[in-house]
Design a binder for this molecule. Structure first.
Ligand SMILES: [Zn+2]
Length: 443
């Protein structure tokens, strides 16, 4: 048992501690100590109580786990929540979302929308999220102010987007932002070519060169629908994933989002290259895009993370709910009730997300030395009783309203469901005002 050399800043004493690594473990009556934003101690309650700590906090009836990691989303799009529902992907994008973005998205929109998304995610147990949206510099400022952790992917498309008139300009801005934030303790800049059908070989080649040079991650929608794959086969004679492989983009730095279409050849490419997949089941269900074969990928050794996607196609940023959907859907897709069990589902929402984002040495599990990114779930409610396996209860019977406290790098961002650094009333008022403006002009 490691003994801290100096006093702990904070000692947490939950009823259950789920470290995620080692896998499948639930520690009863254990303590977790934090010093300088990192986990300094994990051990039995008796030993924990003998340690010096500036603050000791009892968490009776609570389950302490690594903070949830939302590995794919478009934060500011939360202001378009419910704007265009019940439509297929291309109709939704081309006739509704892209025109609305052209009309409304500016720096103020991204500022207010990102704040809304961050507040919702913190209250839902999320300590780290991946973002891919316009004006990424504004989003990174909001992340910096809020105390949450994020990967900000620079959106890159062949056509002009809000804030960048070309792919070259977007890449140039991305390189600049990457340099500015290189040493930021909570923000990581990645490059986000939107999708194979919106980015040319030439621009993908530029992304490959720059990400190799900077050792930066690539975040991309890949194989979201069968139509995408079919169109690529007709127009280019190759599947999108095979095209990315030919262009040298596959590898541990690539986060392939969606992957609802996985042939044997695709699977081999993912495994050989050690590419991560980000599964977004609710967005895929809502847009009728297809099903990512999570269990098949997992059994083949592919790292699968989970994401909510944007609130415009979900319509919430509830990663705990998303994980439950993923766990249920995996069984239906695999035709097996043993697929994606509760413990593996929690791992997908924590450590696998960290691995996908290249953050596994810092977050994703409760291990001494890692950052203290933690969430405490209150399992004392009616809906959780009785408790045989708290992880099973968490995944299958608990809603995000049971998130009680949350810390990022040892700083408490949610205290008894109250946001400590963000003004919830002001965020709601601002979102309501945006809704009035946007709704009034599109009806
Ligand atoms: Zn998306």
């Amino acid at each position: 048992m490691p003994t801290p050399a100096a006093a702990l800043d904070l000692l947490l004493l939950p009823t259950w501690l789920v470290p995620v690594e080692p896998a499948g473990v639930v520690l009863k009556d254990h303590g977790l100590g934090i010093r300088d934003g990192r986990i300094a101690f994990i051990g039995p309650r008796d030993a924990a109580l003998k340690l010096m700590a500036t603050e000791v906090r009892e968490l009776p009836g609570m389950l302490l786990s690594p903070g949830l990691i939302n590995a794919h989303g478009h934060a500011a799009m939360t202001l378009f929540r419910g704007l265009a529902d019940d439509l297929p992907l291309m109709t939704w994008l081309e006739q509704h979302i892209w025109p609305a973005e052209g009309k409304w998205v500016d720096e103020a929109f991204v500022r207010d929308g990102t704040d809304l998304a961050i507040a919702e995610q913190i209250k839902g147990g999320i300590t780290c999220f991946s973002d891919m949206y316009f004006f990424p510099k504004v989003a990174s400022e909001r992340v910096h102010n809020s105390g949450i952790r994020a990967q900000i992917a620079i959106p890159i498309l062949d056509f002009p987007i809000p804030g960048a008139s070309s792919a070259d300009e977007a890449i140039r801005q991305g390189v600049e932002l990457f340099g500015e934030l290189k040493h930021h303790p909570r923000i990581k800049i990645a490059f986000g070519p939107h999708a194979p059908y919106t980015v040319s070989d030439e621009n993908l080649e530029k992304v490959r060169i720059i990400t190799e040079e900077l050792d930066a991650a690539i975040h991309m929608h890949v194989h979201e629908t069968a139509f995408e794959v079919q169109q690529s086969l007709e127009q280019r004679g190759e599947r999108p994933l095979a095209r990315l492989a030919r262009l040298g983009l596959l590898g541990p730095r690539l986060q392939a989002v969606h992957m609802t279409q996985v042939s044997e050849q695709d699977l081999a490419l993912l495994v050989e290259s050690n590419t991560s997949v980000v599964h977004c089941p609710e967005s895929n269900l809502k847009l009728a895009s297809g099903f990512c074969p999570v269990e098949r990928l997992w059994q083949a050794g592919v790292n699968v993370a989970v994401g909510t996607d944007g609130a415009a196609s979900n319509n919430d940023l509830d990663l705990l709910g998303e994980t439950r959907t993923a766990a249920l859907l995996a069984k239906a897709v695999a035709g097996s009730a043993t697929a994606l069990d509760a413990h593996r589902a929690l791992r997908m929402a924590t450590l696998n997300g960290a691995r996908a984002l290249g953050l596994e040495s810092d977050v994703g599990s409760l291990e001494v030395g890692k950052c203290a990114d933690l969430v405490a779930f209150d399992l004392t409610g009616l809906a959780q009783q009785p408790i045989y396996d708290p992880v099973s209860q968490l995944i299958y019977a608990t809603s995000r309203d049971c998130v009680k406290h949350l810390w990022v790098a040892g700083k408490q961002l949610l205290d008894d469901r109250r946001l400590t650094r963000l003004d919830e009333h002001q965020i709601v008022a601002s979102a309501t005002a945006w809704g009035r403006r946007i709704g009034g002009h599109t009806e």
